[in-house]
Write a protein that binds this ligand. Structure first.
Ligand SMILES: CC(C)(COP(=O)(O)OP(=O)(O)OC[C@H]1O[C@@H](n2cnc3c(N)ncnc32)[C@H](O)[C@@H]1OP(=O)(O)O)[C@@H](O)C(=O)NCCC(=O)NCCS
Length: 338
């Protein structure tokens, strides 16, 4: 049975069952990824940026005992933002190839269509069944990034300390656990607006104006995700010359996510990218003792950043593909008018 589902009011048993399915999917498709934990999972699913909405449905199996609502065998979430719906679909490995994934996509697509949105986007992990699935539904591949993972147990910390200080004179590095302080938000947002040398997936838009940046930091905290920031400040002008952001999610605190890394145009060529990332890793080592890996996503064309990441010890892991489809076409394909 598939039904619309609200994480805010869901029972703890449903949240636990949804987590079990997510972890079964990870074990089947991405066995090197750490399993997720229940910490702040409800908030992770429920909280969104102001102006955005996430709608969810779950598929449940037959109840096995009185009062039991049945295991969560599949789930779909669609985040409505701007003019697109961003989809996430998961089907338990034991329930695959029965048409459930397709049914879940149809539920979400109908709603996205009714709400007047034009397209649906989805991030699809290379070398998993999801590629064949979305292609069979008519989704088109728009963009491919490479995910790379850094294993912190392999890091030469002395060498890294050298990288963190190997920056031209005239720049100062600063570390901010929790996000930039309020008096730096404007300069921070300016740096992000000026250059979009984004280290991150296209479906996770960055925040370029101060208000949106505040909202985005606030949303991260509400979802149980802790941001860390290292800034390179140009001493003479006080401007933010470079920044790097890493987020440690309560749901998988052993593996952090690299978000944006930006070096402003006028400040390129001074070793800022390498230095801020190295400093970040040194800081995380003491701030997050549980942390053992950091993952990052890069455009394959971004050779400069890939080179720095390789020097830091990141190893390419998987293709991370962005697919999209026109909503009306999808609904007609899945649910042809009779
Ligand atoms: C992708 C996924 C949702 C598909 O769910 P499903 O219920 O098995 O899909 P369906 O049964 O509705 O399949 C519909 C069609 O998709 C295609 N398809 C599905 N799985 C496929 C596979 N492994 N290879 C090729 N095509 C596939 C087929 O054309 C299939 O139709 P058919 O079975 O009649 O041939 C499921 O495999 C899944 O949850 N994967 C993990 C997704 C994810 O986000 N992972 C990231 C975190 S790990």
């Amino acid at each position: 049975m598939v039904r619309e589902w609200d994480p805010r009011t869901a029972s703890s048993a449903e949240i636990a069952s949804l987590l079990a399915t997510l972890n079964a999917v990870l074990a089947a498709d991405l066995p090197q990824d750490p399993p997720w934990r229940e910490a702040s999972l409800r908030e992770y699913l429920a909280e969104v940026m102001p102006g955005e909405r996430r709608i969810s449905w779950i598929a449940q199996g037959e109840p096995t005992a009185p009062g039991d609502t049945g295991a969560v065998l599949g789930q779909v979430h669609v985040l409505l933002l701007g003019d697109i719906g961003v989809l996430e679909v998961l089907v338990h490995p034991s329930a695959r190839r029965t048409g459930l994934g397709r049914d879940l996509v149809l539920r979400a697509a109908r709603r996205v269509y009714q709400e007047g949105f034009r397209s649906i986007g989805v991030e699809v992990v290379g070398d998993t069944p999801a590629i064949g699935f979305y292609e069979s539904l008519g989704f088109n591949r728009e963009y491919v990034e490479t995910r790379s993972v850094l294993d912190l147990t392999t890091v030469d910390w002395a060498e890294l300390a050298g990288m963190a200080t190997g920056i031209s004179a005239g720049y100062q590095l600063e570390f901010f656990p929790g996000g930039p302080p309020d008096d730096l938000i404007e300069a921070y947002a300016r740096a992000k607006a000026e250059v979009r040398d984004v280290d991150d997936g296209e479906l996770r838009p960055s925040s370029y104006d101060p208000e949106r940046l505040r909202d985005s930091l606030d949303t991260l905290h509400r979802r149980g995700m802790k941001p860390y920031i290292v800034l390179a400040r140009h001493e003479q002008s006080g401007e933010v010359a470079g920044l790097t952001e890493v987020v440690v999610p309560a749901q998988h605190p052993t593996r952090a996510d690299q978000y944006d890394t930006i070096v402003a145009q006028d400040h390129r060529g001074y070793g800022i990218d390498r230095a801020i990332k190295a400093r970040m890793l040194l800081e995380l080592r003491s701030a997050e003792p549980e942390l053992i890996e950091v993952q990052t996503w890069n455009a394959q064309a971004n050779e400069a950043m890939l080179k720095v990441n390789a020097e830091l010890g990141y190893r390419p892991d998987r293709d991370w593909c962005e697919y999209s489809v026109d909503v009306a076409e999808l609904v007609h394909r899945l649910d042809p008018p009779r």
